[in-house]
Design a protein around this ligand. Structure first.
Ligand SMILES: Cc1cc2nc3c(=O)[nH]c(=O)nc-3n(C[C@H](O)[C@H](O)[C@H](O)COP(=O)(O)O)c2cc1C
Ligand code: SF4
Ligand code: SF4
Length: 268
């Protein structure tokens, strides 16, 4: 079994790695530079993990599926998306991407994890909430692994209600949603030009130019830059002041110098 994940701020990586441990597989980030076609052909079961964005699969994950769709053909599939609290049919949204690949979905579920949007009033992340949610998620993942090993099938959000709730959050098609948000990144005058957002953006959306950090119409909405920025100068979609950043698992998804690139007291 292999687990393929995209994770903006660490939650979905936690899910993929925990499940890979339970099921005796290996977890890989889709950001890694590797031959995924060769990897996928060698396994009969693929677990995917990703954060839901308004009940959608992130654009970067959808693009990965488009690039490697043959790798999903005739596979057993386990879909575990992560969310703050609600996505209706966030797991089934992935199934729609590969429905024509003769996949056998063995298990699909939504895992509640800490919110990673640090500028919505009321739902910023307190330490106690982080620990509580992670404990509950770890317990749920163990139960899921036990069920999968017993051959039990479960498809969260596959029914009429799940689809209806998902559609409420997805009133427009993915392509239209992407077009609306590829320029969602904004940088304020508080930027100190440290370059961290440029270095760690998974969509390679940012560059440092003479006039400052510049966005190139490729934002995948992951909020990594928003939570990472030492000056709280990045905002995405919601251009309100950034409050308490979600950095608990962030070092685990940064491409290099994971521990040292962000302030020590905020890291794991
Ligand atoms: C742009 C965006 C949209 C989101 N939409 C939802 C949502 O519809 N429902 C929900 O419960 N959580 C939502 N979240 C919260 C994330 O899905 C959640 O925190 C996730 O576990 C983050 O995973 P990651 O750390 O692997 O990136 C959203 C987060 C972002 C950044
Ligand atoms: S991380 Fe923040 S301070 Fe650093 S370059 Fe990006 S916007 Fe500027
Ligand atoms: S600009 Fe920020 S939110 Fe957008 S993809 Fe890059 S790191 Fe993620």
């Amino acid at each position: 079994m292999i687990a393929l994940y995209f994770s903006g701020t660490g939650n979905s990586k936690f899910v993929a790695e925990t499940m890979a441990d339970h099921l005796g597989g290996v977890a890989y980030s889709i950001e890694a530079a590797m031959d995924f076609d060769a990897l996928m052909v060698q396994t009969d079961t693929i677990l995917v993990s990703y954060p839901v964005y308004a009940s959608r699969v992130p654009k970067i994950m959808r693009d990965f599926v488009t690039a490697h769709r043959n790798g999903f053909r005739n596979k057993k599939l386990i879909i575990l998306c992560t969310q703050m609290m609600y996505s209706g049919d966030g797991a089934k949204a992935f199934y729609h991407l590969v429905a024509d690949c003769n996949v056998d979905v063995r298990y699909a579920d939504h895992i509640n994890m800490p919110n990673n949007i640090p500028n919505i009033p009321m739902v910023t992340i307190k330490d106690s909430e982080y620990h509580r949610k992670l404990r509950l998620a770890a317990r749920k993942l163990k139960t899921i692994a036990d069920r999968i090993q017993k051959g039990q099938k479960f498809l969260k959000g596959w029914g009429v209600l799940g689809s209806a709730l998902g559609r409420v959050q997805r009133p427009i098609p993915d392509a239209q949603y992407d077009a609306k948000h590829v320029d969602a990144f904004l940088v304020s005058e508080d930027c100190i030009r440290c370059g961290l957002c440029v270095k760690h953006c998974p969509a390679k959306n940012l560059s440092m130019e003479a006039e400052g950090v510049t966005s190139h119409h490729r934002c995948t909405l992951c909020f990594r830059c928003v939570n990472l920025c030492p000056a709280k100068a990045c905002t995405v979609m919601l251009h309100k002041p950034v409050r308490r950043q979600y950095r608990k698992l962030l070092p685990t998804v940064m491409s290099s110098n994971a521990g040292s690139d962000i302030q020590k007291e905020d890291s794991l």
